[in-house]
Write a protein that binds this ligand. Structure first.
Ligand SMILES: NC(=O)c1ccc[n+]([C@@H]2O[C@H](COP(=O)([O-])OP(=O)(O)OC[C@H]3O[C@@H](n4cnc5c(N)ncnc54)[C@H](OP(=O)(O)O)[C@@H]3O)[C@@H](O)[C@H]2O)c1
Length: 314
């Protein structure tokens, strides 16, 4: 598996990263059970994936615990990424709030280290900007934790350029984790150039638009999990139906390239400027096997041109 330097840092991350949200399960996703998740994690390691992304909120600690337990024997060979800044009061979707204050982060880091069964987190990100806490407080807290050796690098996620500019006054962060896929290209105009100019590597999340770009859903699909809540992505209404029409064309293009729709979609993300890794959410060994084959090739130029036409930036 190809590795790439993440921003202005010594981290060499695999082009395909393991997205740990799905394996956390309820109340966001359904899973195929912890056994299938553990096998998927082990298979990822065997296939050369070294970058594992999780967050406390994924399954309310469960994703971190599963990854920590499973990766313990290979801890020194993998890069563990987790996040802070989202808290929950009950194990329910509606009980999540943003909090990137010093008090909260200082509690969160200890809990994450414990669940991940490690003494340091390689990349520690602010999950969502918390507009009620000054960036100065958040970044200075992270820098203090970094000085203690509990985290190696700082990153941000879902930040705007203005938020990154402000944050960069108080501490060095090396990565941005935004949503990025064929159906969601808003970062290209300004965010990507800013990141490139400032040594900030892009960790692209939802490269399959949370499953839509695999081609396994149709216009009649009704999502019962978090995807019916309208937080990120588009999973209902006319915009969703238009996306499904595009996915039909993606399937035909992938077919002509001898690949699956999902592989072509992930492959496209990996070839975009500034992208260090694409975090793919997987639930079982079969999915990770299919997804690793998205790296290390490029489609014929005419297929790529058609892809960019069908999924033109809006
Ligand atoms: N920072 C943030 O705010 C943020 C937000 C979202 C995601 N993320 C990160 O990015 C990762 C990936 O995002 P994501 O889970 O939204 O979306 P994704 O990778 O775009 O899609 C994942 C879904 O696609 C399906 N899938 C994956 N490989 C497949 C294959 N080979 N064949 C068929 N279906 C396949 C699975 O569906 P099934 O469920 O049907 O198995 C899986 O749940 C997350 O795990 C997380 O680490 C971060």
């Amino acid at each position: 598996m190809e590795t790439r330097k993440l921003g202005d840092s010594d981290l060499e991350v695999s082009a395909i990263g393991f997205g740990g949200w799905g394996i956390g399960g309820a109340p966001f996703w359904s899973t195929e059970g912890d056994n299938a998740s553990v096998k998927a994690i082990r298979k990822a390691v065997d296939l050369g994936i070294n970058f594992f992304d999780t967050a406390p909120v994924y399954g309310f600690g469960h994703s971190e615990e599963l990854l920590g337990k499973t990766l313990k024997p290979v801890r020194d060979r993998v890069i563990l990424a987790s996040k802070c800044g989202l808290r929950w009061s009950r194990e329910a979707l509606g009980a999540i709030s943003k909090n990137a204050s010093r008090t909260s982060i200082e509690e969160e880091i200890e809990a994450s280290l414990r669940r991940l069964a490690t003494d340091r987190i390689d990349l520690y990100m602010v999950h969502w900007p918390d507009v009620h806490t000054p960036q100065q407080e958040t970044l200075e807290t992270l820098v203090d934790i970094q000085r203690k050796g509990k985290i190696r690098h700082i990153g941000v996620s879902n930040y705007s350029i203005d938020q990154m500019k402000e944050a960069s006054r108080y501490g060095k962060f090396i990565s941005l984790q935004p949503e990025y896929n064929l159906l969601s290209r808003s970062i290209e105009a300004e965010v990507v150039p800013w990141c490139l100019a400032n040594g900030v590597g892009i960790v692209a999340y939802s490269p399959l638009a949370s499953g839509v770009l695999t081609g396994k859903y149709d216009k009649a699909t009704r999502f019962k999990d978090w995807r019916s809540k309208g937080v990120i992505g588009t999973f209902q209404g006319e915009a969703y139906e238009r996306n499904i029409d595009k996915v039909e064309r993606l399937k035909a293009l992938a077919d002509s390239a001898g690949r699956t729709a999902g592989q072509l979609a992930i492959n496209w993300v990996l070839r975009q400027p500034g992208v260090a890794t694409a975090l793919v959410g997987v639930k079982n060994e079969r999915q990770i096997e299919e997804n690793v084959s998205a790296a290390g090739w490029a489609p014929a130029p005419e297929i790529d041109a058609r892809l960019n036409e069908v999924f033109a930036r809006e």
